[in-house]
Design a protein around this ligand. Sequence first.
Ligand SMILES: Cc1cc2nc3c(=O)[nH]c(=O)nc-3n(C[C@H](O)[C@H](O)[C@H](O)COP(=O)(O)OP(=O)(O)OC[C@H]3O[C@@H](n4cnc5c(N)ncnc54)[C@H](O)[C@@H]3O)c2cc1C
Length: 296
Amino acid sequence: MRADATEYELVSPGTLDGVLALLAEAPGMWTPMAGGTELMVQFGAGRLRARRLVNIFGLAELGGISVGAETIRIGAGVTYTELRQSPVIQAELPLLARAASWTGSIANQNRGTLGGNLVNGSPAADSPPALLAYEAEVVLVSRAGGERRVPYAAFHTGYKRTVLAAEELVLAVEVPRRQWTHGYLRKVGARQAQAISKVALGAVARCVEGRVEEARLGLASVAEAPFRCVATETALAGKRLGPELVEEARAALEGEIAPLDDIRSTARYRRQVAGNLLEEFLRQIMAAEGGMNDGA
Ligand SMILES: Cc1cc2nc3c(=O)[nH]c(=O)nc-3n(C[C@H](O)[C@H](O)[C@H](O)COP(=O)(O)OP(=O)(O)OC[C@H]3O[C@@H](n4cnc5c(N)ncnc54)[C@H](O)[C@@H]3O)c2cc1C
């Protein structure tokens, strides 16, 4: 049943200070609303428990994409449309631009924000694999504590749970500007567009003369929260590319993940597909590195 709007209160302080003051007055009383693409679906279905909403959409302090010497800073209020249309995101963080371009519909992309995607904490969300691979940090802010930084890989603590405190907002996401020679992002779902993924992998690597110097891998839709595959990254580091490494990396990944069985897919399918995606990434690198004989 649809919710009754008269039972809800929505305020719009208009500044970051105003929002943080409200959150600090009674932590947990007010729920921030950014694009509302998650919250309004709950409202429409009569399931929105939060009765007091504070609007943060369009707050100047949460907006903008800025480029520093070491990092790219993306305001939590940046929408998918802004992300995918940003020349700097396209050039330096192409996996994130691609994830933004296949998130929801155009309407979702115009309203949905990066901060909302992270806080909502869906294990199947589209931004996490890219942000994990790029080693993003989340910048949180509260009135009493000021800013604190959390590696994005440590932001999710379980199914739809995060380290965000009730009086905190996500202020921004910062991504180090690193030189990766190869990147990969693939989402496997029931169909190409408007599908919730069953398995998604974001990956980057730096390869020199047929050797993987470093790799970063972010996996979503496999466990209760998106996660970085650190053991598999370690198995790849410093190794010569070739069919043996593909097998070694698949084995490391299979040992590292404990996939879920749920309504969208089975653990067996997810394990197999996660391995296939990693293999596809490695074979693409081998093909790009001068047509190496990968034994395929
Ligand atoms: C039809 C439809 C299709 C969708 N398709 C996709 C898809 O393909 N891929 C995908 O990943 N998602 C998808 N989504 C989910 C949704 O659009 C995204 O998660 C979006 O990024 C949410 O952002 P928002 O700004 O609208 O969040 P809101 O709905 O405003 O908020 C979501 C949650 O985040 C909190 N929040 C928001 N911003 C902040 C902040 N800065 N600090 C602290 N808390 C904050 C809110 O309190 C709330 O708990 C879809 C949703 C719909 C309705």
